[in-house]
Design a binder for this molecule. Structure first.
Ligand SMILES: Cc1cc2nc3c(=O)[nH]c(=O)nc-3n(C[C@H](O)[C@H](O)[C@H](O)COP(=O)(O)O)c2cc1C
Length: 197
């Protein structure tokens, strides 16, 4: 049987490992690159979709995702900022579940910095019309921006979602026995406990 990893029986190590994998995910290097983001629908039902994890700041406990102002998720977060993020990395055998409060940034310093760092092919979506989720008569009935100027005109629709974690649950699958841990933050005060898997 393979040796358990160093974080196996170390609560602080489990949290470190989770942030490390999330940071790698934001840099395209782990299975945490495309997590699922959950919001609360205007009807109170859960809404779930895949997103690209664009940035992680473990000191601030924030995760950054980009979206269109015209999207369902943007409207849902504006109405109720409670949100959750889930990812499972099968190679690492690690699941993370994060719950917290999401904040939308548009046309501010956070949005400008994220826009400047994003690739032209990512910017194209925000200049497409009609907006995401609009019913179409045909699958391809959308208008795409034709030049750089038109792509840049999409910036007003660009939103950055910054999710601040209030609760982070770690689950590591192992033959020797799974490890599950819960980390919560009340303001800056951190609490940590093992949970029965
Ligand atoms: C691999 C993958 C990555 C995606 N990344 C994003 C993303 O970063 N931001 C986003 O708004 N939608 C992203 N999407 C599309 C969403 O999953 C979703 O279909 C779309 O945004 C509409 O969601 P909404 O109506 O709930 O807002 C991605 C989809 C896939 C399959």
């Amino acid at each position: 049987m393979t040796e358990p990893p160093p974080f196996y029986d170390d609560l602080a190590g489990c949290l470190d490992e989770t942030w490390r994998r999330l940071e790698e995910g934001a840099a395209h290097q782990s299975g945490f690159h495309t997590p699922a983001l959950a919001t609360i629908g205007r009807d109170g039902a859960p809404r779930l979709r895949t997103v690209v994890l664009r940035g992680v700041d473990r000191t601030l406990r924030t995760l950054r995702v980009h979206c269109d102002a015209r999207s369902g998720k943007a409207a849902e977060i504006a109405a109720d900022p409670r949100a959750a993020l889930h990812a499972y990395d099968p190679k690492a055998k690690l699941q993370v579940r994060i719950e917290g409060t999401a904040r939308l940034h548009g046309q501010d310093a956070v949005a400008r910095a994220a826009w400047a760092a994003s690739r032209p092919m990512s910017r194209v979506c925000y200049a497409t019309s009609p907006g995401p989720g609009t019913p179409l008569a045909e699958g391809g009935a959308t208008i795409q921006p034709r030049d750089d100027e038109a792509v840049e005109a999409g910036f007003p629709e660009f939103r950055v979602i910054v999710l601040t974690a209030a609760r982070l649950e770690f689950l590591y699958l192992a033959r020797q026995g799974h490890r599950r841990a819960l980390f919560t933050w009340d303001g800056e005060a951190e609490a940590a406990t093992w949970l029965a898997p």
